[in-house]
Every structure is written in C-alpha cells, then in structure tokens.
Design a protein around this ligand. Structure first.
Ligand code: GLC
Length: 544
C-alpha cells in the first residue's frame, strides 16, 4: 500500500509564482509557499505538484527551461527548495515537480551551442534539418501562434524542430547523450527528496517520417528506460504522464506496469462540462466505455481545470463547437483548441454546479487534482495574454494584493473587479464561513480519504432510464479483513428534479446512508427503488 500511495492521494497543482510572495518583489516564491504549507495541510492535500521552477526566460511560464539544475532566481534557491521538501514531508504530505523532457528554452546553453554551427559538439542534441518539409504529418499544437513545427535559424541556414513555441526547441531523443542527461536531471531532483515527476509533453519525444510523430514505439522505449531507472534507484517515487491523447493511446503509457505510474485522463474532463450543458450523462458514459482497464500498479489522474486552456483536443469537431459556443462565447475566452477560463466562471459561479463537478471529480476512477484557487472558486482574467488569465495570484484575504504580496505591482494583476474580486472571493473569508466552497472542498476531500473505494475500488455504471442521471458503483473489497466498502453514487446533471427507478433488490433490507450528509435513506425493498433527486443533487450512498 505504501508504494502505491498515489492511488489514495489527492493532488494540488500550484504555480509557485502565484502562491505567496515572501519578499515583496511581486512574484510568489518558495519561501512564500513554505509559509503556506499549513494551509495545504489543513485543506487535506496529500501531494503538491509544482509547475516548473527552474531558471527560465518564462516565455512559456517555465516550460522553457534554461538550466535544469537550479531554481529560478525569482522563486528562491536550492536551499529554499530543500527546506520546502522537508516542510512538506514533516506535514505528512508529498511533492512532485514538473520535468520538461521534450524541449528546452532557446536560451538554454545547450541550444546556444547547438545552433552555433553545424559541427558544434551539441549540434545533435536538437533536431535540425536542411528543409522544413520533413515530418509534415505532425500537427501544430500552439495553433494561435505557430505556423510550422520548423523554425529557420539564420546562423547556419537550417531549420530546428519545435512542437510548442519556436522558443522551445525539441531535444533529440535519438541521441543517447540526451537520454543520459535527462536521467541525470531526474537523479538530481530525486536526491533533493521529491516524490516524483509530472513529466511534460511525453508523446512528442521522437520523430519519424510518415507518422504523426506522437506515441511512437521509440518514445515508449525511452519511457521504459526511465521507469527502469526509477525502479532501481528511486522505488516508491512516481512518474505522472502528461499525454493529451485518446484513452487507448494513453493506456500504452502504463505499459505492463513498466512505464508510468499515473497518467492524466484528458478526454473525460471536457465531457464532465459537456454533460452538464447537455443535461445528459451520455458523453461521460461513452468515454469511460472507451477507457481500457489499466495495470495493477497504475492510476488515472483526473482534474476539472489546470494551468492550461481547457483542452478540446480530445473531442469531435461538433463537440468542440458545442463547447466553444456554450462555455466560450467571447473570442478572448478561446485559445488554440481550448478555453482559457477557470472552473467557477465556466459554471457561472453557480455553487451547485461547482460542487456537483467536484462530487464527480472525487468519486470517479482515478486520483483527483485540485487546481490552486479552485478550492475557493477563484475567477479568471481573459484580458491577459496566453494562459496567464488562469494563473493570477491566489486570493488570501481582502488586504493589499489579496494578501499575496506587499509589492506595488505583482507579476500579473490580482483579480479585483466584480463578483470574483479578492474582496469577495478569498481564503480568509471562506475559512471563516462554515458553508463556503472551501469548507465543502475540505470536507469532500477528507471524506474520500476515509475510504479506499474511490482510489482503489471497482467501477460500474448504474444507468437508469433517465439520461439526466448518472449513477455508478464504487466497490472495494479488503482482501485481508474481508470487509467491503460499497458506494452507489447518484448524480443529477440537470437543473430539474429527476425521478429514478433502480433495481436494488439484491440489497433489500439495507439502509443506505449518504456519506456526504450522514442522512439515512429509506430501507431498500425487494421491488424497484424509486428516488427523486433534487436539481444538481449528488449522493454517495453507502450500501454495505
Ligand atoms: C504542457 C504544459 C503547458 C506547456 C507545454 C509545453 O502542455 O502543460 O503549459 O505550455 O507543455 O511545455
């Protein structure tokens, strides 16, 4: 159980720059985060995930690394990082960080050397070509800004390959020196005591002519090498894959328990939002039906929002148009193939729907990730460029800069207008209010952790005739004690009361108890069981 801690864990994703500024320079930093660890512990978080913290020009918020062996000067020092890791562990929590394997910044010394001449020793660390006509079947990911995956370099008259911004040249994983170097980087951070990595942009490591250059067998070979290295040197620490792909392609990244421990389930995320607007469970049922079983030691990671746009890459064209029309009516809300908005504004700040989606996040298969600020229903700022509008400072209280920083100007402005302004939405005020979203989040998190059913249990749909209602069993059998945890989760996806009739005769005589409220339901009879669910109601009924 201890080596598979990630199956029971609740993750919390945060951007150090946005969390808390300790020295008044307008940027959040490691010392600020250290000072707020009690807050994360109080919320009940098991594992924090830090967005990139290495030196970087921050063209892509640190996903453009200029030195893998240090901390960005705005965020602190390696000594601060050690203190952070100790502080996390002292509170019984864990910490993972991003490792950006696919590409570096164009300001990384490796790239500066690589581009300096066609015969430079590090020339082959990146992917160079005399023409920009190679790998034409690879899609462009940052559609809003990039015209090609090739960028022309004046100095040597050749093109270099980049799957993201042209400021992020791709490393060449056909080069054994690159593969070795990445393992050294892994060891460096592991030695600092972290519990794992969120591995960025995994599918794109290798390019091959005639393919879409994603999920290639050679990429899996490298992942296997990385995992074998982890198993030997760092057992118990995890690799979490960012592979924004269809379920069967992501399934391959679990390998035979010899690749990633965890992977994000990207396709289910937009479908949770879609199901609400369609007042129908169908899209959720379809995608989970298309989701293969995964090996014993692996786990999905599920999320509602993260630091990127709400991606609509893993939907059909019709579904994308539907999502854009419903959730991003204003063009500024759209980005690439997605929507750059936070959870609460997406749901019109309707707490019933925010809680409903969380009730699914915390009970569907996988380990949930909370995106910082969503525990209080923070807003976004669509007038900021790129994805910065969902990366604004965490709103701690109603003092200057929301209690985030003493500076006159912060790295991005604090949200200070209308219903999401920090005067109205902040941690302090919600902690003081027992019926706030913050208290709800804390409670549902704690509740989930009382059971193994949600992290480790089996999953089976319960599909009444009424499409507006989603139901599922989560059942966990403890082999040593013989005890069973059995939950029937019922979700009303609509804004109307809904009738459901279920055949629960096998449980006749059992009195279901809603774990979320403690309320007992009528004893189940041996005939059909009829219930009425209030608008947007959710129940976690214990039937054991
Ligand atoms: C991942 C990150 C995203 C970044 C990209 C390139 O998708 O989540 O923020 O821009 O990789 O590194």
């Amino acid at each position: 159980m201890t080596h598979t801690w990630y199956k029971d864990a609740v993750f919390y994703e945060l951007y150090v720059r946005a969390f808390r500024d300790s020295n008044g320079d307008g940027n959040g930093d490691l010392k600020g985060l250290i000072a707020k660890l009690d807050y994360l512990q109080e919320l009940g978080v098991d594992c924090i995930w830090l967005l990139p913290i290495c030196p970087s020009p921050l063209f892509d918020d640190g996903y453009d690394v200029a030195d893998y062996y240090d901390i960005h000067k705005d965020f602190g020092t390696l000594a601060d990082f050690k203190t952070l890791v100790e502080g996390v562990h002292a509170r019984g929590m864990r910490i993972i960080i991003d490792v950006v394997v696919n590409h570096t910044s164009d300001e990384h010394p490796w790239f500066i050397e690589s581009r300096s001449s066609t015969t430079a020793p590090k020339r082959d660390w990146y992917v160079w070509s005399k023409t920009n006509k190679r790998y034409e079947d690879a899609r462009i990911i940052f559609l809003d800004t990039e015209k090609s995956n090739w960028a022309y370099d004046e100095l040597t008259g050749e093109y270099y390959w980049h799957r993201f911004y042209s400021q992020q040249p791709d490393l060449n994983y056909d080069n054994p020196a690159v593969r070795e170097e990445m393992l050294r980087i892994v060891d460096f951070w592991m030695e600092l005591g972290i519990d794992g990595f969120r591995v960025d942009a995994v599918p794109y490591l290798i390019e091959r002519e005639g393919t879409n250059c994603e999920n290639l067998p050679e990429t899996h070979d490298y992942v296997k090498q990385l995992r074998a290295h982890m198993n030997t040197k760092w057992p118990g620490r995890i690799l979490l894959a960012e592979a924004n792909q269809w379920p069967h392609d992501v399934r391959a990244y679990f390998g035979d328990d010899d690749e990633f421990h965890m992977a994000f389930h990207f396709p289910i995320m937009p479908r949770l939002f879609m199901a609400l607007k369609q007042a129908s469970r169908q899209s959720i049922v379809d995608i989970l039906a298309r989701t293969p079983d995964i090996p014993a030691l692996t786990q999905w990671c599920i999320f509602l929002r993260n630091h990127d746009e709400l991606t609509l890459e893993m939907v059909t064209e019709d579904e994308r148009q539907f999502m854009w029309a419903e959730y991003a009516p204003e063009p500024r809300m759209r980005q690439n193939l997605g929507i750059r908005r936070r959870l609460a504004p997406l749901l019109d700040n309707d707490e019933r729907r925010i809680r409903l989606l969380n009730a699914m996040l915390f009970s569907l298969p996988g380990s949930p990730i909370i995106y910082y600020g969503d525990e209080i229903g923070m807003g976004d700022n669509i007038w900021l460029d790129d994805r910065n509008g969902v990366r604004t400072p965490l709103q701690w209280d109603n003092t200057k800069n929301a209690g985030f920083s003493e500076a006159d100007a912060t790295y991005e402005p604090v949200i200070d207008t209308d219903e999401f302004s920090y005067q109205r939405v902040n941690v302090e005020q919600q902690r003081a209010n027992p019926v706030s979203l913050w208290h709800f989040t804390r409670k549902i998190l704690a509740l989930r952790k009382q059971y193994r059913a949600f992290g480790r249990g089996t999953f089976e749909f319960v599909l009444p005739d009424n499409e507006g209602v989603l139901g599922y069993w989560r059942v966990y059998q403890d082999d040593t004690t013989g005890q069973t945890e059995r939950f029937l989760v019922l979700i009303n996806l609509t804004n109307q009361a809904q009738q459901v009739t279920l055949d629960l005769a096998a449980w006749a005589g059992v009195e279901p108890v809603d774990a979320l409220t403690g309320n007992a339901w009528p004893v189940i009879s041996d005939g059909p069981s009829a219930f009425e669910l209030a608008p947007y109601a959710f129940h976690w009924l214990r039937l054991d």
